[in-house]
Design a protein around this ligand. Structure first.
Ligand code: ATP
Length: 235
């Protein structure tokens, strides 16, 4: 579904991602694991058109998308849940969901999507009139994910969904991602919480300072203790 080929990315003259290639098949959950500053967010932001690569190709469903604007990517079915959630704190839960659907013009469609989101996230329905900024960290992450589902993406990208959450809430978020994946959405995520991410991943790539140093199935990476310990620390 997504093919990234020989991607090199930098800021000004500094190169931070060096000639990486990877792919995500339809229906998979694929994780990029790595420490702070390894280049994970840079890769995701480049895929969704927020940053330009220095060279390489990004191919989504057989179409080159390196020069496609972020809003056009949403229309193609790609959606990102950004690092740090970035919900609108002064808007209610319901308004956040409506803002997530700004490209959808059909009110009936919007209302039925909000209803199915409330079925999947009953806690958001209970809090639909509450301001986003007053939700707990876990609830804000749920809202960020729910908001991204308002355009019914076929390919969901998440940048460190566990960030700042207590371990029990991290498990809830990953269970939810598993459900979303089972409903037919392909998932690419970047994470530092290797254990939680590998539990739900079909495959993973390990990145160190802008280069992939290991890839394989979740099991293979977990079992590769020497390499995993060296690069992940928390496996
Ligand atoms: P984290 O887990 O901490 O979010 P990451 O793996 O996502 O880390 P990136 O945020 O992609 O890493 O950063 C990769 C490198 O690029 C870092 O050295 C970072 O300082 C640098 N970098 C990121 N954004 C910019 C920017 N806008 N301008 C200059 N350098 C940047």
């Amino acid at each position: 579904m997504l093919r990234v080929e020989n991607l090199t990315i930098g800021y000004g003259k500094t190169e931070v991602v060096h000639n990486i290639s990877f792919h995500v098949n339809q229906g998979e959950v694929v994780t990029i694991l790595g420490a702070n500053g390894a280049g994970k967010s840079t890769i995701l932001n480049t895929i969704v058109g927020l940053h330009k690569a220095k060279s390489g190709n990004i191919i989504f469903e057989d179409v080159e998308i390196s020069n496609v604007r972020p809003d056009q990517q949403v229309s193609k079915g790609i959606r990102i849940v950004p690092e740090g959630r970035q919900i609108f704190p002064q808007h209610t839960v319901m308004e956040n969901l409506l803002l997530g659907a700004h490209i959808v013009k059909d009110t009936k469609k919007i209302n039925s999507r909000i209803q199915s989101i409330y079925e999947r996230f009953p806690r958001l329905e209970e809090r639909k009139m509450q301001l986003g900024g007053t939700l707990s960290g876990g609830e804000q992450q749920m809202l960020a994910i729910a908001r991204s589902l308002m355009t019914e993406p076929s390919f969901l990208i998440l940048d460190e969904p566990s960030l700042g959450l207590a371990p029990i809430i991290v498990n809830e978020v990953f269970d939810l991602l598993k459900q979303i994946s089972s409903s037919g959405v392909t998932v690419l995520l970047v994470e530092q919480m290797a254990n939680s991410a590998l539990k739900i991943s079909n495959r993973a790539y390990v990145i160190e300072t802008g280069r992939f140093v290991l890839d394989g199935t979740g099991e293979e990476i977990k079992n590769n203790t020497d390499v995993a310990k060296a690069y992940l620390g928390n496996i």
